[in-house]
Design a protein around this ligand. Structure first.
Ligand code: PLP
Length: 468
């Protein structure tokens, strides 16, 4: 029997235990300790191949850049590079890491909202594919910096289109009230002002519609906005843009195992269970703008362009599992009446390594790695190890955004290894040493069948490494 969370040749039950790319998860946990992140190289490749199908679905050039902010441990960046994918970076630090991982400047797309001069310099010196410009002020800073360096910077202006997606409010990025990008009118004025600049190559426009977008329709809307901007820029300035960047945001189905889907409010369920093919969404979006381009008699404008995408979550989220051990257990009253009790399990994976569980009430499906083949029907209250009441796996505010209980086999006791699925994106990348907890190790299960430690666990010394 295949359980609905299983993925053939990647996440499977073997001899009753969870196996990741053929490796026994419990043995990995024993060897490296927990919490432990296990990333799968073959799943990363699979996800990249799936996204590259967008290139076949549209009738123009295509460039895929993995959003490094989702997870940027060097070993993972190298796997992404080896899978033939370029990179989107969001700070000078990520840019530096990308170069360390072996990416060339022209493979990098540099985003960010508060860029400092040294970051702009680093980007220009390394000839990045594009610096995504977030405001008119920033554009003037880039122009000045490029002038000082005697170079020409490739820039792409980030538009804020006023598109709302049905995702979490913290993951919205395209609303006029958000902090991102510039108003379209500002961008048009910038194209007019700098079109003959010796130090700026105005190569594209950029628009990102948020993360974990449940509906493919936002991509049609975004593409339509982009085409309108492209056409206006061409007609007003004569500039034929080299690329358009539609950002990332393709969803991952966090509820593939439907066993607890009924415990979510409808909107949350729709967001967590979102599942569509990026290539199909882009095919539809492309067809709609091509009709417009034909009507305006500018099809060549569209066909000569490169479409850039910068997805993070859809490349890395389902490629990783967080293994965690139950460290403590207790009985607690269910409510103030104290008529019934809940069985609590305290793990070693808290919001210090899975911050979204606290900030966005994110859901990561939980199973027993040791007894993955058994029925998961016994309810438990789950919590992490932090000295913080919000470090729980349910919605402590009682707003019902997450299930109150998690379902595991009977009689789970301290020492049992559990597995949180789909943990690859925005997890370790946002982790902290809060409560003096060590940042966890990372194992990469490689396509050649080995399991390589690509990040060691912090040591005591790491806890004070930067303290003077
Ligand atoms: N590009 C930009 C500008 C972003 O802000 C983000 C994330 O919010 C991404 C790409 C990656 O989005 P996702 O991980 O949802 O694909």
């Amino acid at each position: 029997m295949i359980r609905s969370w299983e993925i053939l040749d990647f996440l499977e039950v073997c001899d009753g235990r969870l196996h990741i790319d053929g490796h026994d998860a419990v043995e990995l946990a024993r060897e490296h300790g927990t919490p432990l992140f296990v990333y799968s190289e073959s799943r990363i490749r699979h996800n990249i191949v799936r996204l590259k199908q967008v290139g076949d679905a549209v009738g123009c050039g295509f460039k895929l850049c993995y959003a490094a902010k989702a997870m940027s441990t060097l070993g993972v960046l190298r796997s992404v590079r080896d899978a033939g994918c370029d990179l989107e970076v969001n700070s000078g630090g990520e840019l530096w890491k990308a170069l360390k991982a072996g990416f060339r400047g022209d493979q990098l797309n540099f985003n960010g909202l508060s860029k400092e001069e040294w970051e702009i310099e680093l980007a220009i010196e390394n000839g990045v594919y594009a610096i995504q410009v977030d405001s008119l002020y920033e554009l003037s800073l880039i122009e000045e910096t490029a002038r000082r360096l005697g170079k020409k910077a490739n820039v792409s202006l980030r538009l804020v289109p006023g598109i709302e997606s049905a995702t979490h409010s913290g993951l919205q990025t395209a609303m006029l009230t958000s902090k991102f990008g510039m108003m379209p009118e500002e961008a048009f004025a910038a194209f007019a002002k700098y079109k003959d600049s010796e130090h700026l190559n105005l190569s594209g426009i950029h628009l990102h519609v948020g993360s974990q977008n449940p509906s493919p329709a936002v991509y049609t809307q975004a593409f339509d906005e982009m085409f309108g901007a492209l056409l206006r820029i061409y007609r007003e300035t004569g500039i034929r843009l080299q690329h358009i960047n539609l950002g990332g945001g393709f969803p991952v189905n966090y509820l593939r195992d439907g066993s607890q889907a009924g415990d979510f409010p409808a909107e949350q369920r729709e967001m967590f269970a979102a599942d569509f093919e990026p290539a199909e969404a882009m095919r539809t979006a492309w067809a709609a703008v091509r009709e417009k381009a034909d009507a305006e008699n500018v099809r060549d404008l569209l066909e000569g362009i490169t479409l850039l995408l910068e997805p993070g979550r859809s490349i890395i989220a389902d490629a990783a599992i967080c293994l965690t051990t139950v460290r403590n257990a207790k009985q607690r009253p269910t409510d103030d009446r104290q008529l019934t009790t809940d069985h609590w399990l305290l793990t070693d994976a808290g919001f210090n390594i899975l911050l979204s569980m606290e900030t966005y009430k994110w859901y990561y499906h939980l199973i027993s790695a040791e007894r993955a083949g058994e029925l998961h029907e016994t309810p438990y209250k789950l919590a992490g190890p932090l000295c913080d009441g919000g470090d729980v796996y349910f919605d402590i505010e009682g707003e019902g955004r997450l299930p109150d209980h998690r379902l595991l086999p009977e009689n789970v006791e301290p020492g049992e290894v559990l597995a949180l699925l789909n943990c690859g994106a925005y997890s370790l990348a946002q982790a902290s040493q809060y409560n003096g907890r060590f940042l966890p190790p990372v194992v990469l299960t490689k396509a050649d069948g080995t399991a390589e430690l690509i990040r060691r666990r912090d040591t005591f010394e790491d806890l004070i490494a930067s303290d003077l």
